[in-house]
Each structure stands twice: as C-alpha cells, then as structure tokens.
Design a protein around this ligand. Structure first.
Ligand code: SAJ
Length: 407
C-alpha cells in the first residue's frame, strides 16, 4: 500500500493515478476540509480528465484520511515555497511530513519525496532529521526523490506519458520505485542519484523561466523602438535552431516563478543569467501597468474604474491563481495607491478574491471602456468579437480586432 502525503495539485492526481492502475492507495492530508471533500466524492480543483480519474480511483478503492498510515511506501508531495528573504527553499513542510512518517512507518520503509527541492535539500535538511530520530538511512528507512513534470492544464495526460526521474541512494531501491511508477507511467523512467534528480528538476523550470524572460525582454526592446515583437518571433522561429517563447504579462504559478530562486539563493554570484531572468519576468506586471497608463492617456480614459482586467489565473484554462501576473499587478497598484477601482473578471475564479470582481463576462464588459487581456482562456478566444468597440490591450496575442494594443 502507498500512503500519498499531501493531496494538492500534484499529490491528488498522483494518488488517483496509482489507484486507478490497481495499486492500493491511501491519500493523507492534514487539511480536514479537503479530506472531507474528497471523501464526499468531489475533487478539489478543476483539471481536464481529473473527475474521470477520480471516479476510476474510487471504484478501485482509494481511501482518504487526515492520518498518516503505517506502510512500507510513502510519497510526499507537500509544498516547498521559497523563503522570500534568503531565496532558499523552505523545506519545513517536507521535513514535517518526513517526521510524521517516521512516527508510524515500519523498518525498511521507502519515503519518496515528490515535492520540488533544491539540490542538496535531502542531504542538508532531511537526512539529519531522520538520523536524529535514531533511524539508519539505507537500513531502517530509504530516501528517494522522484520529482514530477506535469503541466497544469494537461496533468492527467502528462502524468501518464511524460518521462520521469527517480533519484535514490541505492540502485536496488531506485529500481523498486521505478517499477512502482511504471504501473501507470508509459514514459522513460531514468534512475539516478538524489542530488542529480533534485538539480535536474530545478534546472528544467529555470530553463523555461530564462526562455520566457528572453521573449519578455524582446517585447520591451521592440516596444521601445516601435517594432512588432510577434512578427519578429514568428519569422525568427522559422530558423531550424531557434524557438523563442511568447512574451506575456509575467510568470506566475508555483513552479517557474519559484524554483530558479533556489539556485540564486544557494549559488549567489554564480547564477547571473538566472537572476536576470527572474528580474525581467518579475518586472512584467509593472510594464503592463505602464502600458495601461499610456493607453488610457492616449484614449482620454481618465478613470481607472472604466478599465477591466480579464483573467486572474496564472495562465489559460486553469483555476490556479497562485503568483498570477494579475495578482502581482493588483498588488503593485495597491502599493501605488491606484488600486481599488479597477474591475476584474475570470470565468475560472468563482469566489471573490479581489475587490470589484465580476462573475459574468457580459456585465463585466458593460462596466468598462478598456479591457486588458491578461489570460488567454478559451472562453474569451471563442467570443473575442464581444470586445468590439472597446480599447483593448492584449498581452497574450489572442485578439486580432482592429486597433488592438499589444505589450
Ligand atoms: N508563460 C509565458 N510565455 C510562454 C510560456 C509561459 O509568459 O511562452 C507564462 C505562463 O503564462 C505562466 C508561466 O509562464 O504564467 C508558467 O506557465 P507554464 O505553462 O510555462 O508552466 P507551469 O508553471 O504551469 O508548469 C511548469 C512546467 N515546467 C516546464 O515546462 C519546464 C511543468 O512541466 C512542471 O511540472 C511545473 O512547472 C512544475 O510543477 O514544476
């Protein structure tokens, strides 16, 4: 039996996938409300194919509990934020989960950590905790790092088809965990050591952050000298070895905007391009605010209350708002005392999380003269003509109506 600890965006689909493929699973989370929701037969976030997977896992007998189980296999998928001051990984949730596991696990249990951690986290934070409790690593307990790679919006498909990495101290344990993941994972599963697995995961997200930063920097350069960045990227990408990503209002989510900081925190002085990329991406929400200001002036709009932000999530067709560029912008406006009146709408965010939030596209559009497209949800792409007659700032290159402004 596997005890999956932490039933968030990664833990839940992973637990469901194992269960749907015939593995006995108990999912544990300390959030009782979340556990009760799952027990009542409801998923806790929206994701393509998740409800079907949930139904299949329930049929195969998955159980949910707020208590740790006594078993020989644990998968820990708890959050690993970064410490805003030191920029280093905050491993406290991982350490807490491992401590709890050690209170109930039998001798020889394997603890797989799926949470993203910076290279050396297991050495520095986890091993010492395990040893301090009197456990001998490699005998009483085995540590493994198996980072995930699934992308919100396409999680269920990617969970099954992506290649994955297993880092373990011993080849034998690595192969055992590989065989377990192979119950559902059809991609290649590479077995390596723990530190390599830790570093690889962080490097992957850092690679993407740097590439997005390059696109964003190009957008700024082109704006400053009146060039069309989208046309330039489109043409440059016809080169067989060039593949520039898309500029946007910033980088949100809990991975790409977080993981590169681990390297900056641990290797200051050596992580120059990584730091520069982080700064460029973090500067984009303010860049959009400046664009809004200029466009308002150009069009004689002097009341920010007539401006509407479309999209609150960190990217299209998901309901996740963590670190979203829109929230970063609203935060920045508040700091400059210009927030409050601007209107906001997102079809995926049904709860009120910011002031002046609308829950219906038509009434949102009626209330504003200018629309800033911050997220390219299918909802707006499919009815883009509704924006006809508005002043439009499109930060996602999804609107081709006449007169549209871009980044
Ligand atoms: N973005 C752009 N321009 C682009 C691509 C993305 O501005 O061309 C923005 C998005 O709008 C969003 C942010 O970047 O705000 C990140 O979105 P994303 O779709 O690139 O990635 P995430 O954060 O949803 O998921 C990433 C993925 N990592 C990589 O592609 C290397 C995923 O595979 C990881 O599993 C996930 O992080 C994670 O959990 O680590």
């Amino acid at each position: 039996m596997i005890n999956v600890v932490g039933l968030g965006y990664i833990g839940l689909p992973t637990a469901l996938m194992f269960a749907a493929h015939g593995v006995e699973v108990v999912g544990t989370d300390y959030n009782r409300e979340l556990v009760e929701t799952l027990k009542a037969g409801r998923t806790t976030f929206e994701e393509d194919g998740l409800d079907e997977l949930f139904a299949e896992a329930v049929k195969k007998g998955i159980r949910f509990s707020h208590e740790y189980q006594s078993t020989d296999m644990y998968i820990v998928s708890v959050p690993t934020p970064y410490d805003k001051a030191s920029k280093k990984v905050d491993a406290s949730f991982v350490v807490g989960a491992v401590k709890n596991v050690m209170e109930v696990c039998p001798k020889g249990a394997v603890i797989v950590i799926e949470s993203t951690i910076s290279p050396g986290t297991i050495d520095r934070h986890v091993r010492s905790v395990v040893e301090a409790q009197g456990f001998t690593i490699g005998e009483d307990v085995h540590l493994v790092h198996a980072p995930e790679r699934i992308i919100p919006g396409n999680m269920v498909y990617e969970l099954k088809h992506n290649s994955r990495t297993i880092g373990a101290d011993s080849r034998e344990v690595g192969e055992r965990v590989k065989a377990l993941y192979a119950s559902f994972c059809e991609g290649e599963i590479v077995v390596t050591d723990i530190r390599t697995a830790e570093m690889t995961k962080v490097v992957e997200n850092t690679f993407r952050d740097i590439n997005i930063a390059f696109a964003n920097e190009l957008a700024k350069i082109c704006r400053s000298d009146n060039m069309d960045v989208y046309e330039i990227i489109r043409i440059a990408n016809k080169h067989p070895r060039v593949n520039i990503l898309s500029p946007g209002p910033g980088v949100g989510g809990h991975c790409i905007s977080v993981d590169p900081w681990f390297l900056v925190g641990d290797y200051p002085g050596l992580s120059n391009i990584i730091l520069a990329a982080r700064k460029i991406n973090d500067s984009m929400p303010d860049f959009v605010l400046e664009r809004i200001h200029d466009i308002m002036k150009e069009n004689g709009i002097d009341d920010v209350g007539r401006v509407g932000l479309y999209g609150l999530t960190y990217k299209e067709n998901v309901d996740d708002t963590r670190e979203s560029p829109t929230l970063q912008m609203l935060d920045s406006m508040e700091r400059h005392l210009t927030g409050g009146k601007i209107k906001v709408y997102d079809p995926y965010v049904t709860r009120d999380i910011v002031p002046n939030q609308y829950h219906d596209l038509d009434s949102f559009l009626e209330a504003v003269d200018m629309v800033v497209l911050l997220v390219g949800h299918d909802e707006i792409k499919e009815q883009i003509e509704k924006l006809q007659g508005k002043v439009i700032l499109d930060t996602r290159h999804i609107c081709f109506l006449e007169g549209v402004y871009r980044l």
